[in-house]
Write a protein that binds this ligand. Structure first.
Ligand code: MN
Ligand code: MN
Length: 298
């Protein structure tokens, strides 16, 4: 196989291994920052790099929560905890997530989102339309008495780009685009209870950032920090925690704030369920083939 395919498969293997390891560590009393640090350390130990910081999204947070430096958030009994892992090898990305259910009454909802992901994967091959996959996801989730989140989608992955344009909806849509052979996608249904809105809104800062634009800063540390971010993460999302450990103390914090203020880095918001309903998610990365697809993150 070609080099990109090898890298995609390797990134997928690492992401799957880390996902399973962290999944087993999600228990009441565990600190979220320890889960994030442990996932990101393990990715490095296995020979990959994080394609984005490890997301630990609890209950109504559907996506984009990562620990800031000094985070004291602790996992509690009764929660629904999403673990979302991104790995890249040479820019070739794997993106995968699982929901850990610490609330027995929500077990069926987690099973529904996993079933929707499997049904979507079975549908995928060259030429299938994104809208058809959305329809399968919606049908599977509704059939089990739950509701998909309509404004979150799966997405195409390109080299060094996590959201590369084409998306896979989680509901039936009017228009769809055909999947092409060799394209790589993250497929990620989200479910809520039928009484929830089934939509997300922007919340507080996620502590996830990405490089936005180059600027000339007179402050030496700000300048160094921006160079570091650009060369280390390129177009990929990163955690404030990573940068502030590299540039410790108040000088680092001030430089980081300057980068935000002058929009050299973009801050992602957390994505919160509109009616504060609990959210379950499942996600795999796949490569489209003429016969079906290769799941890289099993
Ligand atoms: Mn993900
Ligand atoms: Mn994704």
């Amino acid at each position: 196989m070609s080099e990109p395919t090898d890298s995609l498969l390797e990134a997928g293997r690492i992401a799957a291994q880390v996902r399973e390891d962290i999944k087993n560590k999600v228990k009441p009393g565990v600190k979220v920052i320890d889960l994030c640090d442990s996932a990101e350390r393990m990715i490095g130990d296995l020979g990959g790099k994080p394609a984005f910081p490890c997301n630990i999204d609890i209950d109504r947070v559907a996506a984009h929560y990562v620990s800031p430096l000094g985070d004291t958030t602790v996992i509690e009994q009764g929660q629904l905890v999403k673990v979302d892992i991104g790995v890249h090898i040479d820019g070739y990305i794997a993106d995968t997530a699982v929901t850990v259910c610490l609330n027995p009454t929500l077990k069926n909802m987690v099973e529904a989102v996993e079933a929707a992901l499997e049904a979507a994967i079975k549908t995928i091959k060259t030429g299938v339309k994104t809208s058809d996959i959305g329809a399968v996801i919606e049908h599977t989730i509704k059939n089990r008495g739950f509701k998909p989140i309509r404004n979150l989608t799966g997405h195409k992955l390109s080299r060094y780009i996590v959201h590369a344009g084409k998306s896979i909806p989680n509901i039936r849509t009017m228009l769809g685009e055909k999947l092409l052979e060799g394209e790589v996608f993250a497929v990620e249904p989200f479910t809520v209870l039928s009484t929830s809105a089934g939509e997300v809104r922007d919340g507080a800062s996620s502590n996830i950032y990405r490089f936005d634009k180059k600027r000339n800063f007179s402050n030496t540390i700000t300048k160094e920090m921006l160079n570091f971010i650009q060369s280390e993460y390129r177009t990929l999302p990163f955690a404030s925690r990573w940068v502030l450990r590299r540039f410790p103390g108040s000088d680092g914090i001030n430089a980081f704030d300057e980068l935000i203020k002058f929009k050299s880095i973009y801050s992602y918001p957390q994505l919160i369920e509109k009616t504060n309903g609990v959210v379950a998610q499942a996600e795999h990365t796949i490569i489209v083939t003429n016969e079906g697809c290769i799941v890289t993150t099993r």
